[in-house]
Design a protein around this ligand. Structure first.
Ligand code: A3P
Length: 932
């Protein structure tokens, strides 16, 4: 049988008839000769079919599922046993503790690490504690006090042996600090990996016997004030096969067991975690007989931090939970949920809200445009879901699950959102106010203005969540941010992806899923996410997915992996910890999140070209070639405009379009309002970037025909700029121009007078530089005149984010007197930017009337002998600085300049001539009329 499509293209043929007909047309000998071509054509056809299937999301058929059973929801009756076997309850009271100490410290942990990648640091980050990590190889302690204030609230040793082996002097110093400031120490003593035979030794300087190489079978949480999150009185089995051996401690008076080995074969009652009450030497300690590989240690570590810091390094005792189920009504026919699966979802919700999280409801993100696109059975199931719609919470996803970057314009996007809203109205869905999430979080980050505007007019969205800010991985570094009034919460994953339908789909199978719920990945995610946790669970496949693996079926139907994982984990939290799992609206959660993490509010834009996931979500028309690769940082009044003008003469470089509002400069990184406009706005300053033939628009640094560069002299001394520039332009080269800071200060003062600044007109230069008190306007001018000249402070900040090879220092005096030499040096230093060096002698010349070097005019592509200089605001005429001011500034900047010189030499920079032979009198040159 032969089939033809409507357009006449043959798509399938009955094999034997086809061959028979072929042999009639082609004689046998020729047939063999054509064999190669036939094979090739068949292979290509197969390839084509595979591609079509992939694009149309081939989904393997359903097979009978084995739905996983719900867990028993009550906790087993845990014996509350103390060391003596008596029933105990923890007498811990947070409020008493946090009031006990006077708080003289910054809430900081000093962490001595032994290994570069270690669990302790990861856990501190995961829980968002502020800490300073010091690698313990230098053997010298960092400075612990700061003008009689203790700098650290707690000290943590990744390997406590390093503390025990400290030389006498350092140990005394550290102990004294701990005693004077009542600072506690937490130490981990890993059991010996090599030593399988248990050995016993005395802990140096402490009245304690340590017992290494122990593998207990079970442990108990003892009556101690330390367990706070971990429930007191628990008896926990130890899966020793997956753990290195422990060190246990034989207790002594003044010490108290926190976690005790309960092992009939070995000496019972030895502690795995021990509290040193400080009786012996006045230092309070908590010692762990192994690292954080052992899950109770992770929780007890949080508890010990809270205890020793008297509640200052702590997490709240509740966690908010919201489980988003994205993509409801989506998925190819045959792959959607059935009625009994929606029924099961409802039952799961009842179980969770009745036993584990009061008031809990699943949050369904729907795509109205895909409703009723399944099999009749599935459509019926969707009707069933709508009949029970009031029992769930809903939020708008998108109409047909289109990524925001695929919408041509705001109108189309808004129309789709309105359709989705109409769907909600027609079906009377109880919509969660002000909350939405887009497919794959596109448009949320990297930010699309179009999305934020559409959300504003259609749904009045004020909270959303995303998983890729600043990056998807590592999970623990995900952060929230606020932009244009919309708060973005970080989303956490529970480890279930859309392709996981059956138990065996989960990597490691049911055993791994169990382990995630029972003290593993997902359990710890909930522990470490104070106070909000939005869990992201994908249900059916996304429409535009190309990858076969990503197109498999829901994890709420089939074996119901999601319900299983969630219910088991919530139950474990309830049974093993004192944490309260709660619900709140997204708006309430967002408010609480940013109240607790105010530093996260302000986003720092990253460069999508360095993150594959960001690139996928970035509109296709945007290209990495629009990011500058060279930035002149300033500071102001050092000749930055002249340098920028000279660079723009170079055929390899493309200057930014001038910004009318900020004196031609973009000032994106230094101005908070402009920074909020986002990276699309920034990139729009180079509209004419073109790529070299064959260059990829998504590669970075991109091969543009002319490389974009910018100059904003406000960047150099702005506190926020270095981090912001680094995040967006990590591979850029930066230029800093230095002139004597006193000259710079005077030029700025004259600049303000020329701009009729009332304060500058009212006060003399000497008044401005010498008075740090007085009216606000005067103080402000004083700072703006002097602060940018603190060159070393600003340079150090930049060098924190960039390597010295990327920061090029230009002598501003040399630039003024001999720009060609300066430009040639730059051409040599940055060959990646100046690809074809030019002879600047042919492009600039000294203009005697202006008293400065100026570009030569170009007419009809031919360089003229006449110059075209910068306007009258650059290279002004003003009288020289008075002697009193010059003397004042000499002493003001003298020390700073000496340190700057040393610093530049240390980092291998060429020291500007004016700095190398700094003569106090040289600064009185700074009147321009005389300088010429
Ligand atoms: P004055 O106007 O006080 O003389 P900036 O552009 O960074 O604000 O710096 C302005 C200063 O650049 C001017 O300060 C001037 O001294 C200096 N300059 C250096 N080379 C110049 C040039 N070729 N043309 C004009 N000004 C130049």
């Amino acid at each position: 049988m032969t089939k033809y499509c409507e357009n006449g293209v043959m798509v399938a043929l009955n094999g034997p008839i086809f061959l028979h007909q072929l042999r009639r047309w082609i004689p046998w000998a020729n047939f063999r000769r054509y064999w190669f071509w036939i094979s090739l054509i068949s292979a290509l056809s197969m390839f084509g079919i595979v591609c079509v299937l992939r694009n149309r999301e081939y989904i393997p058929p359903r097979r009978p599922p084995f739905p996983l059973p719900p867990p028993p929801l009550e906790c087993p009756n845990i014996p509350h046993r103390g060391q003596d076997g008596a029933d105990v309850t923890s007498s811990w009271d947070d409020t008493n503790r946090s009031q006990a100490a006077s708080l003289k410290f910054d809430a900081k942990v000093l962490f001595f690490s032994k290994t570069r990648k270690n669990l302790v640091a990861e856990w501190l980050v995961e829980n968002k504690f502020r800490y300073r990590e010091i690698s313990f190889d230098s053997k010298t302690l960092p400075v612990l006090t700061d003008s009689s204030r203790g700098k650290y609230l707690l000290i943590v040793f990744e390997d406590f042996e390093q503390y025990l082996k400290l030389d006498k002097w350092n140990r005394q110093l550290l102990d004294k600090y701990c005693k004077d400031y009542d600072v506690g120490v937490i130490g981990f003593l890993p059991g010996s990996f090599t030593n399988s035979v248990p050995t016993e030794e005395l802990l140096e300087g402490l009245p304690l016997m340590g017992h290494t190489g122990v593998l207990p079978k079970s442990v108990s949480v003892d009556p101690s004030p330390i367990p706070r999150i971990l429930k007191g009185g628990l008896l926990l089995p130890v899966n020793a096969s997956r753990l290195p051996p422990f060190t246990t401690f034989r207790s002594h008076s003044g010490y108290r067991n926190v976690l005790t080995s309960r092992d009939p074969d070995q000496a019972p009652g030895e502690a795995l975690v021990l509290e040193d009450e400080g009786e012996w030497d006045g230092v309070r300690r908590v010692l762990f007989g192994m690292g954080l590989e052992f899950w109770p240690h992770r929780i007890l570590f949080l508890d010990a931090l809270h205890y020793l810091s008297r509640g200052k390094v702590s997490t709240p005792m509740y966690r908010y939970i919201q489980v988003d189920i994205d993509d409801v009504f989506l998925g190819r026919a045959g792959n959607r949920l059935l009625k009994e699966e929606y029924q099961a979802l409802l039952e799961s919700q009842h179980r969770i809200s009745d036993h584990l999280i009061p008031g809990f409801k699943y949050t369904l993100g729907y795509c109205g445009g895909s409703f009723h696109h399944g099999t009749p059975e599935e459509n019926e199931a969707e009707d069933f879901l709508l009949q029970h719609s009031q029992e769930f919470l809903w939020f708008p996803h998108t109409w047909r699950h289109r990524m925001i970057s695929q919408y041509p314009d705001l109108t189309n996007l808004t129309l789709d959102m309105l359709l989705n809203r109409q769907f909600a109205q027609e079906h009377n869905l109880p919509i969660l106010p002000n909350y939405s999430v887009t497919p794959r979080h596109s448009g949320i980050y990297p930010v699309s203005d179009m999305l934020w505007r559409a959300w504003n007019v259609t749904w009045n969205i004020s909270v959303t969540s995303a998983e890729q800010y600043p990056h998807v991985r590592p999970y623990r570094l995900r952060r929230g941010f606020e932009h244009q009034g919309i708060k973005v919460l970080p989303r956490r994953v529970c480890g279930l992806y859309s392709m996981f339908r059956y138990q065996e789909d989960y990597p490691g199978g049911l055993a791994a899923l169990d382990s995630s719920a029972h003290e593993g990945f997902f359990f710890m995610t909930l522990i470490s996410n104070p106070p909000t946790c939005i869990i992201f669970i994908v249900v059916p496949p996304t429409v535009n997915q190309i990858s076969v693996v990503m197109t498999h079926a829901p994890n709420y139907g089939f074996d119901r992996l999601a319900q299983y994982l969630l219910e088991n984990t919530f139950r474990e939290i309830k049974c093993l910890t004192n944490l309260e799992l709660k619900v709140a609206t997204p708006v309430e959660m967002a408010e609480e999140y940013f109240r607790l993490n105010p530093e996260e509010k302000e986003a720092v834009w990253g460069n999508p070209c360095f993150d594959r996931r960001h690139l996928e979500l970035w509109p296709e028309e945007l290209s990495c070639a629009h990011f500058p690769q060279l930035v002149i940082l300033g500071p102001q009044k050092t000749g930055s405009t002249a340098l920028s003008l000279f660079l723009s003469l170079h055929p390899d470089l493309l200057e930014n379009k001038h910004s009318p509002n900020t004196f031609e400069e973009i000032q994106f990184f230094s101005n908070d309002q402009l920074y909020l406009k986002g990276i699309d706005w920034y990139m729009s300053f180079w509209p004419n970037v073109t790529l070299q033939a064959g260059a990829s628009p998504r590669a970075y640094p991109a091969n543009a025909t002319r490389i974009p560069f910018e100059k904003s002299a406000t960047y150099f001394d702005s506190e926020k700029s270095p981090r912001r520039v680094r995040q967006l332009l990590p591979k850029a080269d930066l230029i800093v121009i230095l002139i004597p800071p006193a000259q710079r200060a005077y030029a700025w003062y004259q600049h303000m007078r020329a701009h009729k600044d009332i304060t500058a007109l009212r006060y003399s230069f000497y008044d401005v530089i010498s008075s740090s008190t007085g009216p606000k306007a005067l103080r402000k001018l004083h700072t703006r005149v002097l602060l940018p000249g603190h060159y070393l402070t600003h340079l150090e900040r930049w060098l924190h984010f960039y390597s010295p090879q990327q920061i090029h220092i230009v002598d501003g005096i040399a630039l003024r007197k001999n720009p060609v030499e300066v430009l040639n040096k730059l051409q040599r230093e940055i060959p990646a930017v100046f690809r074809t060096p030019i002879d600047y002698n042919q492009r600039i010349a000294f203009d005697p009337a202006k008293g400065f070097f100026c570009p030569l005019q170009v007419k009809g592509g031919i360089v003229q002998p006449t110059t075209q200089c910068l306007g009258s605001s650059k290279g002004r005429n003003y009288p020289p600085m008075d002697q009193r001011s010059s003397d004042y500034l000499e002493s003001y900047y003298g020390q700073m300049n000496a340190e700057l010189e040393r610093f530049l030499r240390k980092w291998g920079y060429e020291v500007p001539d004016w700095l190398a032979k700094e003569d106090p009198r040289s600064i009185s040159e700074s009147g321009n009329a005389e300088a010429r």
